[in-house]
Design a protein around this ligand. Sequence first.
Ligand code: ZN
Ligand code: ZN
Length: 357
Amino acid sequence: MGAVRRKLTRAGLSGLLVTHLPDLRYLSGFTGSSAALAVTRRSARLFTDGRYTAQAAAEVKSAQVEIVPRAPAACAVQWMAAQAGVEFAGFDPAWTSVAELSRLKEALPARLRRSFLVPVAAPLVEALRLVKDEDELRIMGEAALTGCRLFEHLLGFLKPGLMEIEVAAELEYQARLLGAEGMSFETIVASGPRSALPHGRATTARLPRRGFLTLDFGIIHDGYCSDMTRTVYFGTPRPKERNAYHAVLEAQESAVAAVGAGVSCGDVDEAARSVLRKAGLADAFTHSTGHGVGLEIHEAPRLGAGQTMRLQAGMVVTIEPGVYLPGEFGIRIEDMVAVTRDGGQVLTPAPKALIEL
Ligand code: ZN
Ligand code: ZN
């Protein structure tokens, strides 16, 4: 809370409305699905409804809790407006719909409707979430290792003829048995020519006798997401397929090696992209090299071409170059990497050499 207050002061605000649930969880510990948090320079109050009375009392340490019948964000805004010394309150325009903003304004006294709520220029809380503390890094390391165990389990389960959705079902069932709260996004199981779809969700397509299979999945552990991708092969790869795999692997390892505090995100992206360019696969690499991960599966920073943000120790990012040849095949390899002062620590040490099943 102290860090967000310092940011508030620097932004010239006397209050902040937090409605994006991952931000709210980060600041207050509350894990429920309906709440709003009001932070002023002197105090903080979390508004939620009667379903969460016991849960909020148990989880929320850094704010007072007020149970309200409805519209927690409107209640939060009204409360801030009634506090002495609170002239302006920031809200995050990225997480506030036009309809919601007009409801919030209606909740204010008429004289404050025009001036009280101010969109923050840059997200205040997401900026704090960028750098993980020791507890967060430990939780994320555990989540990532669970992902690796799931991949190793799948290696004994996969065989040609299974449907992609059976693979996803097995993965998600085993994830639950290993303690996952849920999956961090819809599991990607893309086989054969479908592997050329970067976000090929599992379908009833059957695993081929010969061809690639891309698995991209993650679990949620203590609220934090894991994310990893491995691509395996059924049968014996053709030379073009083997060469493409080796190019992606080299690009991925080169970007992992580029990670370190002070390095720009664009430079990490270029480390991967330049390898694929040399292999003649630049046009087949159609997305950015990676993204931050934490309470959300995709968060800042973005590791893409030209991104000037510099990595800091404690950030956790993915490194996931891929190549996609429509109608033929696709390959992606993804690790989670924690940025350290002198490099990066890979949190997902599952094998990356081409596995032929
Ligand atoms: Zn992924
Ligand atoms: Zn990812």
